[in-house]
Design a binder for this molecule. Structure first.
Ligand code: DQA
Length: 150
């Protein structure tokens, strides 16, 4: 059975495609999901792709991933900049975590420059839109293969 990469999306990302398209592009969350499925499959992984507007639900999914996933990709949306609870959940995971943002958060308002998620992440990809999710899958798959090879 293929190993799973869990991809978690935070608040307002359900509105992709119509939400501030000049910043987030025209791809919908379903488009992103399909893109991730394709990329992961090509690299021999299955994907669990989820979105929630609720911090506690995201925390529960991280706890679930801790037991079941080979790796985790997180776009925590605005919770990136606020959530110690999500950081604590991520710090409890021993699997590799990649933080993703569609936009380049460092070109935006100063409050977006601080990320609580980064402290738990192996790496961060931001500013490449949906491509960033594919790059994150590739980075995770490569890290996992390297870890396996010792
Ligand atoms: C985001 C950046 C966050 O600052 C913002 O709150 C989001 C989306 C991104 O993907 O660019 O909701 O995580």
């Amino acid at each position: 059975m293929a190993q799973t990469i869990q991809i978690l999306n935070g608040p307002n990302l359900n509105l992709l495609g119509t939400r501030e398209p000049e910043i987030y592009g025209s791809e919908t969350l379903d488009d992103l999901h399909a893109r991730c499925e394709r990329k992961a499959k090509a690299l021999g992984y299955e994907v669990v792709f989820r979105q929630s507007n609720h911090e506690g639900e995201l925390v529960s999914w991280v706890q679930e991933a801790r037991e079941r996933a080979a790796g985790l990709i997180v776009n925590a949306g605005a919770f990136t900049h606020t959530s110690v609870a999500l950081l604590d959940a991520l710090l409890s995971c021993s699997v590799p975590i990649v933080e993703v943002h569609l936009s380049n958060i460092f070109r935006r308002e100063p409050f977006r420059h601080r990320s609580y998620v980064s402290k738990a992440a192996k790496g961060v990809i931001c500013g490449f839109g949906g491509l960033g999710y594919e790059l994150a899958i590739e980075a995770l798959a490569t890290s996992l293969a390297e870890a396996k090879a010792g």
